[in-house]
Design a protein around this ligand. Structure first.
Ligand SMILES: NC(=O)c1ccc[n+]([C@@H]2O[C@H](COP(=O)([O-])OP(=O)(O)OC[C@H]3O[C@@H](n4cnc5c(N)ncnc54)[C@H](O)[C@@H]3O)[C@@H](O)[C@H]2O)c1
Length: 346
């Protein structure tokens, strides 16, 4: 299959690019290279003759038309987005422009290309979204594909809007779409402004490990390579017009996740142990959703996908990777906003 992957220089997109190429697919990586991107994430596959890169912004419609005409993909996997909730609180504008307007442009470019090609049945527009569109759960229950949308941050609202656009393009124009809504990812190549790499790197450097509020927020954690595998399963075998929730079946309170990482650091990097002495509770994020949990029954039963690692196994691999890959993360610490508390301007 020839895949046009947007956001392929980011965290999850690059995992998709690496996995797709390993499986023998052709990949066109379309990315504008924002602060969150890093072409080092795909350095391992960029010399493959299956790989090509287009630096392009999904807000630029004409450029998208050009890329579709040049590369003629069999499917689009749309991951390009502004993705950090804290940044969306301080500056929601970019989230509206990229996540909503950008998705609109990509849908229109894909629709034009698909119509000109005679509406091939096999074409797919796969929109990659988040479980955050469903809002916040209490202590019980899980998100299913039927859970009503109830986004509560500028980030999740912009993703929810893009999901609605994708469904509308299917209903109105017949564009062959599939959607996925996934829980929190972690793993190698995660930009060091997100919780898991922040904890690992602050523990490594003996710096305070910030935990929002009392650390009681619950997330359902998924190893990024398992997510990439799920996405490649859905784009090839997902039912037309359908959405699939993807979760790791690994719920954890933030404080427990942080303590697990600290214990792994004690074992793998004993200098500085016990690392949990660095845990520092800080003011909570405004509108911080209490709990997310995914019911992954549909993807498990229809497509036979399930995660390959437990949270403990995935975290162990992740900590090892950060300890072994300083050359990857060191330069990123100098990027704008990294290491600072963001999301306080509400
Ligand atoms: N990280 C998670 O836990 C998670 C969970 C569920 C869903 N998602 C979704 O998965 C997707 C990827 O998330 P991620 O964590 O890899 O994000 P990321 O921030 O690591 O990567 C996003 C990529 O998109 C690119 N990009 C941003 N704006 C662009 C634009 N206007 N034009 C072209 N490229 C642009 C960036 O340069 C970057 O390479 C997002 O759509 C996100 O909403 C993420």
């Amino acid at each position: 299959m020839k895949l046009l992957v947007t956001g392929g220089a980011g965290f999850i997109g690059s995992a998709v690019v690496r996995r797709a190429i390993a499986l023998g697919h052709e990949v066109v990586n379309l990315d504008s290279l924002t602060y969150a991107a890093n072409l080092e994430n795909v350095a391992g596959v960029s010399s493959s003759n299956l790989y090509s890169f287009e630096q392009a912004d999904i807000r630029d419609r004409a450029r998208l038309d050009e890329i579709f005409a040049t590369h003629r993909p069999d499917a689009v996997m749309h991951l390009a987005a502004e993705s950090h909730v804290d940044r969306s609180i301080d500056g929601p504008g970019d989230f509206i422009l990229t996540n909503i307007n950008g998705t609109f442009n990509l849908l229109e470019a894909a629709r034009g290309y698909w119509q000109r090609a005679g509406k091939p049945e096999g074409f797919r527009f796969h929109h990659i979204s988040t479980d955050e569109v469903f809002g916040s759960l209490g202590e019980e229950g899980q998100f299913t594909e039927e859970t009503p949308y109830d986004p509560r941050s500028p980030y999740s609202a912009s993703k929810a809007a893009s999901d609605h656009l994708v469904r509308a393009w299917h209903e109105t124009y017949g564009l062959p779409v599939v959607l996925t809504n996934c829980s929190n990812n972690y793993g190698p190549f995660h930009f060091p402004e997100k919780l898991v790499p922040v904890v690992i790197l602050n523990a490594l450097h003996g710096r305070p490990i910030p935990v929002y509020g009392a650390g009681l927020n619950v997330r359902d954690w998924l190893y990024v390579e398992d997510h990439a595998d799920a996405l490649l399963t859905v784009v090839q075998r997902g039912q037309l017009g359908r959405s699939y929730n993807i979760g790791g079946e690994n719920e954890a309170r933030n404080i427990d996740l942080v303590r697990t990482i600290c214990a792994l650091m004690d074992e793998m990097h004993p200098a500085g142990a016990p690392h949990d002495r660095l845990i520092t509770f800080v003011t909570d994020r405004p509108g911080h959703d209490a709990r997310y949990a995914i019911d992954p029954k549909r993807i498990r039963e229809e497509l036979g996908w399930r995660p390959s690692v437990t949270l403990e196994q995935g975290l162990r691999k992740t900590v090892r990777w950060y300890l072994d890959n300083e050359a990857w993360w060191r330069p990123l610490l100098a990027r704008q906003g990294v290491g600072q508390r963001l999301g306080t301007k509400a």
